[in-house]
Design a protein around this ligand. Structure first.
Ligand code: G6P
Ligand code: G6P
Ligand code: BGC
Ligand code: BGC
Length: 923
């Protein structure tokens, strides 16, 4: 009798062992899983096999992990795990680098998870609305990062169409649609608040980013929770589904789909098949169904039913609870394995068990979860080895950021996972770091990173707009309405080394009015000698009558000639006049409109050569021959062209801003002739005067414009140039102080005074070492008593304003460079840009930022930036030398002969400035 019982028990034991043995994986099994996973990873990455690969390897458009420079306040949504959460995340950079968040969990009822797409998204938006109310943030339009933990085919960081629902979701009309669009539409339907949805992010990617924020070695994200998935940083060259070979991109593997092509049927059991058949997505996510929290309990239940049916458990009674799908939650698995509470839990589930039963149930749980951990380990081994091989390394250290209830709550899962990775990928030293804050923080970090990408995209867009304006300005049909006037300069080449002579240069329009003597001699080689003097231009003169202004210029010139002892000579004069002028020849130049600080009456529409000649004649104490008028950009290009023959662009980033470049004559409708090139003064400062930049202009830009001498004009200039940068910062400081974000809300009359915060202060405050001390000094001089926090904030504001300026200039310069490149028809552009101007020269970061952004915007170029060491006057002298030579040989007229002369009606020349600028298209 006893032996019979013992035999029966032994037989039962064997049966149980046999059953569980099918779920136990040998090292060979695991090695094979690793190898097959590797094959599928590769197939997913390749174009030819992508469509049939079971591991989809979806590009995430996240190009890098955080580097600590991210900052800002973001909203994040986190949908697809156990909880749906709405969060607000505040990221600080620099020494006080930190991430703070606040979140609220919302329920998503089953009928909504499996209802219509519209209901689901309306529900999400309703939760956001509640959250915004709760936080009192309804009116702040924050950027939003959307953690959406389902497979999405992304075409950009903010575009992702749902491939298929997984886990417990099955809302209709969503698959194949863009989830960002669906969210936007739901926000529109509610019509209560607005948000900028900047990024859509898989939870694996969010988790990787969260962990990478602390540990730069983190380049993999793993979720072992309700679902199962991994992402990692892959080399762009291997991601055939995305163009480009440089750098890396994070790939969302969607390894949960592994096996959908039957490649792991050998290890799937009938329990797995039962679970699959009972799921919302039969046949799909086969690997996920063997490894993740949503299904492990179900596998256990299927095994228990089988064992019971065979009389090996629960005395052979299949009770109602046992028949109930989903009753065996994964958290029970964790509890059963963690504590000696099997019977209590079974009882709680309504399963009446014996002592033996509970031992068996515990074994079943152990087997199922062990297999899950091992399978994840095998998959992970494939990933880390792939990364190691990508980098051609024998050995590699790497960190995996992990999240998910299974990983966090199960007592053995993480250990078994790690052991498996160690055994199967011995050349990798893999550290697993638990994400403490979920992927919401990562989504916010991605949003911060993505905003930088948005900046680049915006700049690309502005570059395109500017290029269009360049074309419009050149074409006679569109020139009348073009803002960028593209003024011909009659300068046809940069210095060729043959120029010589003794010249006077006048330089009016920058921060200083200078007169120079420039001697170009040709003993062994060409040398230039210069002597200069700065003269005052008091405000009452530059805002007075034109006659007075030119009398002043003539007086200063007389003084200079006297000091130089050349009053009896009739020297040739080159006049750098840094304002938009319509030229008909080198020495006939009609001022279209004053800009910057100048506003002398009766000059707009007039030829400034005539005005100056008149003033000189009136004096009668010396004589001068004004040979050429050049814009400062042209002078700068020529100055730099003297040292570098490749120079074909001149830009000024000083009090004002502008650029000139060498354009093909055949493209310049406004000048006759098709051969060769001519320098065009773009007058890009007026870009945006037709409303083209309204989307990026801020309230501060508008305020600056309103308070300026030329409202509605030079709108681009007012966003970027030295005359306005300090004032922009001041206006922001005032607003922030008024709102209580700065200086404890205190504002002194000095800070309220226009012009008190100068652009040179911005340059000082942005110095890396002493910047904060400078901020304290400068604010102190304005009567403020800034705290350390205030100083940091002020420095930050300066950076934002100056960085924006450098970026915008990069966009317009990029437009010119890309045009030059197309003109030349070469795949790569090699060129030199001559630069001058106080902002560019004095600001500690400006040049570096500008160069960097230009390179990113026009990648197929090698651009040398050459600072003009001697202002634009040397260049003006060069132009004068050419004019002189031509005149000298009686050929001066040829300069004119090549040009088409247009009549300027008298009433326009002497009318208001406005008429002239409308007519400015006459050239
Ligand atoms: C993180 C994320 C969730 C994610 C979850 C997975 O915390 O924030 O979006 O889906 O981990 O875990 P669970 O176990 O909840 O599915
Ligand atoms: C050069 C020129 C000036 C020009 C200036 C711009 O040095 O010689 O004519 O206007 O740069 O710089 P600023 O910062 O003085 O406006
Ligand atoms: C989804 C993945 C997600 C994972 C973990 C899976 O069902 O397909 O996109 O990362 O669950 O939440
Ligand atoms: C003027 C340009 C000049 C630029 C830089 C602008 O305000 O319109 O002609 O080149 O300032 O000085």
């Amino acid at each position: 009798m006893v032996t019979a019982v013992a035999q029966r028990l032994a037989a039962q034991r064997r049966e149980i062992n046999d059953t569980l043995a099918r779920l136990s994986l040998s090292s060979e099994n695991l090695q094979q899983v690793k190898d097959k996973m590797r094959v599928e990873l590769e197939r997913g990455l390749r174009k030819d096999s992508h469509s049939t690969a079971s591991v989809k390897m979806l590009p995430s458009f996240v190009y890098r992990t955080p580097n600590g420079t991210e900052r800002g306040k973001y909203l994040a949504l986190d949908l697809g795990g156990t909880n749906f959460r709405v969060l607000v995340v505040k990221i600080r950079s620099g020494i006080r680098k930190s991430v703070r968040m606040y979140n609220k969990i919302y329920a998503i009822p089953l009928e909504i998870m499996q209802g219509t797409g519209e209901e689901l998204f309306d529900h999400i938006v309703q939760c956001i609305s509640d959250f915004l109310d709760y936080m009192g943030m309804k009116n702040t339009r924050l950027p939003l990062g959307f953690t959406f933990s389902f497979p999405c085919r992304q075409t950009g960081i903010d575009k992702g169409s749902l491939v298929s629902w997984t886990k417990g979701f099955k809302a209709t009309d969503c698959e194949g649609n863009d989830v960002v669009e669906m969210l936007r539409e739901a926000i529109k339907r509610r019509n209560e608040f607005d948000l900028d949805i900047v990024a859509v992010v898989n939870d694996t990617v969010g988790t990787m980013m969260t962990c990478a924020y602390e540990d730069p070695k983190c380049e993999i994200g793993l979720i072992a929770g309700t679902g199962s998935n991994v992402c990692y940083m892959e080399e762009m060259r291997n991601i055939e589904m995305v163009e480009g070979d440089e750098g890396q991109m994070c790939v969302n593997t969607e390894w949960g789909g592994f096996g959908e092509n039957d490649c792991i049927e050998d290890i799937r059991t009938r329990f797995d098949r039962e679970v699959d058949e009972g799921s919302l997505n039969n046949g799909k996510q086969r690997f996920e169904k063997m490894t993740s929290g949503m299904y492990l309990g179900e596998i256990v239940r299927q095994i228990l039913i089988d064992l019971t049916r065979r009389g090996l458990l629960f005395r052979g009674h299949i009770t109602e609870p046992l028949k109930t799908r989903g009753i065996f939650e994964t958290k029970f698995l964790s509890q059963i394995e963690r504590y000696r509470v099997v019977r209590a839990i079974l009882q709680q589930l309504g399963l009446d068990s014996t002592c033996d039963d509970s031992i068996i149930v515990k074994e079943v749980c152990g087997t199922v979860s062990r297999r899950a951990a091992q399978l994840c380990g095998a998959g992970m081994a494939a990933i880390v080895d792939k990364i190691r091989e990508n980098r051609g390394r024998n050995q590699m250290n790497i960190t995996v950021g992990v999240d998910g209830t299974l990983y966090k709550l199960h007592p053995h899962f993480s250990r078994i996972l790690k052991d498996t990775v160690k055994a199967l990928a011995p050349q990798c030293d893999v550290e697993f770091v638990l994400s403490e804050d979920g992927s919401g923080k990562g989504a916010a970090l991605i949003t911060a990173v993505a905003q930088k990408q948005v900046t680049l995209r915006t700049l690309m867009d502005i570059m395109k707009r500017f290029r269009r304006e360049l074309g419009n300005g050149l074409c006679s049909d569109t020139n009348p309405t073009a803002t960028v006037k593209m003024l011909p300069t009659f300068v046809r080449s940069i210095p060729d080394g043959s120029e010589k002579g003794d010249f006077i240069a006048l330089d009016l329009g920058g921060s200083a009015f200078r007169i120079l003597r420039v001697k170009v001699s040709h003993e062994k080689k060409q040398t230039v000698q210069m002597e200069s003097q700065i003269y005052d231009t008091p405000e009452d003169i530059i805002h007075g009558s034109g006659t007075r202004l030119f009398d002043h210029v003539a007086e200063c010139l007389g003084d200079f000639m006297e000091k130089q002892n050349i009053k009896d000579k009739k020297l040739s004069v080159g006049f750098t006049f840094s304002f938009p002028c319509a030229q008909t020849k080198l020495n006939e130049s009609y001022l279209l409109t004053w800009t910057k600080r100048f506003k002398a009456s009766g000059v707009e529409g007039m030829d400034i050569v005539t005005l100056l000649n008149k003033a000189i004649k009136k004096r009668g104490d010396y004589d001068a021959d004004i040979m050429a008028v050049v814009n400062d950009t042209v002078g700068t290009m020529m100055t730099c062209g003297f040292d570098d023959q490749r120079c074909e662009v001149g830009i000024i980033i000083g009090t004002g801003t502008n650029a000139c470049y060498m354009e093909e004559l055949r493209h310049i409708d406004l000048v006759e002739g098709d051969e060769g090139r001519m320098c065009i003064n773009t007058e890009w400062g007026a870009f945006g005067d037709d409303g083209m930049l309204e989307d990026i202009r801020t309230e501060f830009d508008r305020e600056i414009d309103r308070g300026s001498l030329n409202p509605g004009k030079q709108l681009f200039e007012k966003m970027v140039s030295g005359m306005y940068i300090g004032e922009l910062v001041r206006l922001i400081l005032v607003k922030m102080a008024k709102e209580g974000f700065l200086f404890e809300g205190r504002i002194t009359p000095e800070l309220l005074t226009k012009g008190k915060f100068e652009t040179k202060h911005v340059s000082s405050i942005e110095k890396s070492k002493e910047g904060l001390t400078k901020a304290k000094d400068i604010l102190g001089r304005l009567g403020m008593e800034p705290s350390a926090d205030d100083c940091i904030a002020v420095q930050h504001i300066c950076t934002i304003v100056s960085h924006r300026s450098a970026n915008l200039i990069a966009a317009t310069l990029g437009g010119i460079l890309s045009r030059l490149k197309d003109n030349k028809g070469n795949p790569r552009l090699r060129t030199t840009v001559g630069i001058d101007g106080s902002l560019y020269k004095m600001h500690p970061q400006y040049a570096r930022r500008l160069h960097k952004t230009v390179r990113r915007l026009v990648p197929e170029s090698d651009v040398r930036f050459l600072l003009s060491e001697s202002g634009s006057s040397k260049g003006a002298a060069m132009v004068t030398a050419v004019a002189y030579r031509l005149a000298d040989h009686g050929k001066r007229r040829t300069v004119e002969m090549h040009n088409k002369i247009y009549a300027i009606p008298m009433e326009v020349m002497q009318g208001t400035g406005e008429e002239v600028s409308t007519f400015g298209s006459f050239l």
